[in-house]
Design a protein around this ligand. Structure first.
Ligand code: AQP
Length: 334
């Protein structure tokens, strides 16, 4: 039986990924790559929807790819590539933008939130059309499933609408993909502000656990994580967001149920609990960090791997794009 196809990606928006990216995305991707024909991209074209320093962007793109591999995404099994290496993404995004309603794109809540924060003049048209580029990413590969966080669900819904609209106007062309929404238990919050999602672009780094941080820095951040005055290790998302977040991380990385961890630390203080968590996180991150740094020591080899994977991706993407051009009625060059 042929495997279903899966597509997902991350923006190279920081030098290191954070533990939310690791638990919420990379661990799940790693687990899915056997069952699916998986495509994982570093979405650099999405990253430039906010201003980037060119040299730094190149570096962040390599670093993101290295961390995918270090976390267990195998470039010989899954197709792991850089979005801008496959030209069809930008080309299909243009075609799809011509069948997207202005009002429809304007209803995307992520755009509304981000543009409100930045103000209209600082907001690029690229940020507005971001979901259309994401639709192109997914549809180029005839994707069946898209694992995403809850906040991306609306973008996958738009992708489905565009695929259905194109298919009904121009004839069956795209597979209509389904979102696989990440469990709430995979959502990680900032250690200093445990009601906000941990994010690569957080203003303060004090509550962000970076995959590539030195172990001593990771340890310090965990020991300083915000808790509460109750003193009991108990999961209660609304009343005890700090402790609940630490329990989520502990459980996700150790593979142990939250109730079992609560039992282990019953009657002991937060200090003990945090030390236990520190050991779990540091020992999980250490080999990933070491492998990522090793890969980054040989950028030529990393670039070679990415090029081989981009060729594999382009073969599929170009075939889809050729069909799209044909269906839309673009005159092909003689
Ligand atoms: N805190 C989180 N908990 C669980 N999962 C998370 N992801 C991100 N933060 C958490 C998942 O990681 C992937 C990253 O996708 P992205 O790079 O396109 O951007 P994002 O979702 O907006 O992630 P960040 O880290 O917050 O990046 P910036 O700051 O650049 O916007 C997705 O699968 C996401 O669900």
């Amino acid at each position: 039986m042929t495997k279903q196809r899966l597509y997902s990606g991350m923006q190279p928006s920081a030098d290191s990924l954070q533990i939310g990216n690791y638990i919420g995305a990379l661990l799940q991707w790693r687990g899915m790559q056997e069952e699916y024909d998986a495509f994982f991209s570093v979405v650099d074209l999405h990253a430039i929807t906010v201003a980037q320093d060119p040299e730094h962007l190149r570096e962040k793109t390599r670093r993101t790819a290295a961390q995918y591999i270090a976390a267990g995404i195998e470039p010989s099994r899954s197709t792991l590539y850089v979005q801008s290496h496959v030209r069809a993404h930008a080309e299909l995004a243009w075609i799809l933008s011509t069948i997207t309603g202005f009002g429809e794109a304007g209803r995307m809540t992520q755009f509304k939130d981000k543009s409100q924060k930045q103000g209209a003049d600082a907001t690029s048209v690229g940020l507005f059309t971001y979901p259309i580029l994401m639709a192109a990413d997914i549809l180029l590969y005839q994707t069946d499933v898209v694992p995403v966080g809850d906040d991306q669900k609306q973008h996958v819904e738009l992708t489905r609408d565009l695929a259905e609209r194109f298919n009904s106007r121009f004839g069956d062309t795209f597979v209509v993909p389904k979102p696989v929404i990440q469990a709430e238990t995979a959502r990680i919050y900032d250690l200093q502000d445990p009601t906000s999602k941990m994010s690569k672009s957080a203003e303060s780094h004090a509550g962000v656990l970076w995959l590539l941080d030195e172990p001593s820095v990771t340890a310090k951040k965990i020991m300083r994580a915000v808790t509460d005055s109750e003193g009991s290790v108990r999961y209660d998302r609304s009343e005890k967001p700090g402790v609940s977040n630490l329990l989520t991380i502990y459980s996700a990385l150790s593979g142990r149920p939250i109730a079992e961890i609560e039992d282990e630390y019953a009657g002991r203080g937060y200090g003990d609990f945090k030390k236990g968590l520190r050991d779990v996180v540091v020992s999980e991150f250490e080999p990933v960090r070491a492998r990522a740094l090793e890969l980054l020591d040989d950028p030529a080899e990393l670039d070679r791997l990415l090029a081989v994977n981009a060729d594999r991706a382009a073969e599929i993407a170009d075939a889809t794009l050729a069909t799209v051009y044909e269906r839309v009625g673009l005159l092909r060059r003689g």
